[in-house]
Design a protein. Structure first.
Lengths: 358, 358
């Protein structure tokens, strides 16, 4: 299953990793521990989902994906710097099985300097802030390099303008996510949660496909024709992916979800699942759900009761329906694009990311 | 004295403040406390030194400064976001007489959310990281907007490439400054200190004048002719300004310096003054200087002894000579430019910033 897709993803990943690893931009970064940090996440690999979307959206509209390679690196590097800053904010210790940037630099400091643990940790965080800052510039630099592949300056300028707007929308999504835990959970609306998801997840996916498409078409009318269609596809994909993640967070297994089951409820996250259940339940059910939010730990019994509440309220069914609906919409958007091997890859990617059998 | 200069600086400041305050880029930032933070430093005013350099460098080469206004906003916003991140790292509470961004947002949080002080403070820092991130995009967006003033896409692309390199060099300078206090003071070389100053201070001044000049000339050959000359001018100005700041930090008055006299020695900063004195002094003097570094507080007697050591070693004279030499070089660079009212303004600005009577 998905063998062809996996092969093609590996090809994308290889060329992106290759181009990023050999790019000279970070070479002169000082001091050397910061230069290492700037390269750290970008060469760790990962799915390279955003470059794949960009290159295949380019291919589907008749572009020569080779021409869009630097743009592919740009969206990957952009994703990277947001993770570096996100990891400082979330105080996460691991990213893709290795230490996060601030932890990595703090460990370096522990060996290199004879200061206190708290100064080493602060040094790690400070350098990680600066690391993300430079990576943001590196991302821009890579998109600008598309010149060398024959992308016209006027198109590059259009894409750069859009890229800055993507920053604003994405960081606003991130900021909402940071703000939610400060507020009363009951004050957070579904509109705000949707805005957060559109920012944190959909926005960069949308830019990736529209950027790839624009390079193929040699114009950047994002609201028109194929580019609008590609945008709709990516936006729906992003929301569906997030809903699926929320679903797996309580109905999945820890292997599939990657975090302890119920952690969204533990952290008091305003997921659609939670907000829908609060809307649909009677008062007694609402009180039970509230009581099951923010517990220090979750027993199997707690998880089972949560599942029952979500099922009986109809919130689970609503979530699954919404995922199916968005997947179908995203699929229909793809059907409006030219039929070729890249469309096939995008279709496979959609199925792969949103496997019908959640 | 400098009345004409002051008037012209005020004119620049007004048009920059006006354009920044009315720009719509930050309008849709969410949540609203982040939108306020994004606008906070940029509308606080200040000297607007970088935009003035940019606009006058444009004017001196026969440009129409009006055309370079968005670029002027871009360098000011760029300066802004580096300050926001810098203030988090330095844990500073005030900037231009008002709370720094992380303190401002933390105070907002204290009123808006019923959480602990440490969560409010963390919220302030987290939002300040994201604030700088969005301001970086806003700076790029403003340079891209120069299109609307008729600046060609190919030139904008050239300038954007350079702007990303400026980010790398400036942040590297900042990172060296963060790294120095972690190291043994004796391990830090003058070359490293110069690299730090070139990054933290000169680099953006250099970009400002070269960007203004390039818009006037409609090309971006930074290593050639007038643009190279402008670059040399700004680089020398930046280093001289920093040396003057180091000098005032021990030989000036607290009113002029803005911080307690001797604070560089208290913080163990590797200034040229300090490094030169260490090179020039005999062992007993070196030991006294070391003993006078990093004290918890400085008496008048301590300050006087420091001054005597710097004077008797010849480090003070060397510093003043170097400032005079760089000022002279910067002046000579200006003499190579077309003689007009903008050159006069740049000359006045040079004298104003580096007043011969330090």
């Amino acid at each position: 299953m998905f063998r062809n897709l996996q092969n093609e993803l590996a090809l994308v990943s290889n060329s992106i990793t290759n181009l990023i690893s050999t790019d000279t931009f970070p070479e002169t970064v000082r001091p050397s521990c910061l230069a290492s940090a700037v390269r750290s996440y970008p060469v760790r690999g990962g799915k390279r989902l955003r470059p794949a979307l960009l290159l295949w959206a380019n291919g589907v509209l008749g572009g020569e994906p080779e021409q869009a390679l630097y743009a592919g690196c740009a969206v990957e590097l952009f994703h990277t710097w947001t993770l570096v800053h996100d990891d400082i904010i979330d105080e996460d210790d691991f990213r893709r099985g290795k230490p996060t940037t601030h932890i990595e630099v703090a460990s370096y400091a522990e060996n290199a300097y004879e200061k206190s643990k708290s100064l080493h940790d602060k040094f790690g965080r400070d350098m990680a802030i600066l690391c993300g800052d430079i990576q943001q510039a590196w991302a821009m630099y890579m998109l600008l390099k598309s010149r060398e592949k024959g992308v016209k300056d006027s198109l590059i300028t259009d894409l750069m303008v859009r890229f800055q707007e993507v920053n604003r929308i994405l960081i606003s999504g991130e900021a909402l996510d940071v703000e939610f835990p400060m507020r009363e959970l009951s004050s957070i609306t579904k509109e705000e949660v949707k805005e957060m998801i559109l920012g944190k997840t959909s926005c960069l996916l949308k830019f990736a496909v529209q950027c790839g498409g624009a390079i193929a078409l040699e114009k950047a009318d994002f609201e028109d024709g194929y580019l609008a269609t590609l945008g709709n596809f990516a936006e729906d994909l992003g929301i569906a992916f997030q809903l699926r993640d929320d679903y797996l967070g309580i109905f999945g297994s820890v292997e599939k979800f990657g975090k302890p089951i119920g952690s969204d409820f533990q952290e008091g996250k305003p997921t659609f699942l939670y907000l829908d259940a609060m809307e649909l339940l009677q008062e007694s059910g609402r009180n039970r759900l509230k009581a099951l939010t923010g517990l220090p730990e979750y027993t199997d019994e707690n998880i089972n009761e949560l599942r029952t509440l979500l099922q009986e309220s109809g919130a689970e069914a609503k979530c699954l329906q919404e995922i199916a609906h968005l997947t179908e919409k995203a699929h229909c958007s793809l059907m409006l694009l030219p039929k070729n091997k890249y469309r096939k890859l995008l279709e496979e990617l959609l199925s792969y990311l949103l496997e019908r059998t959640v």
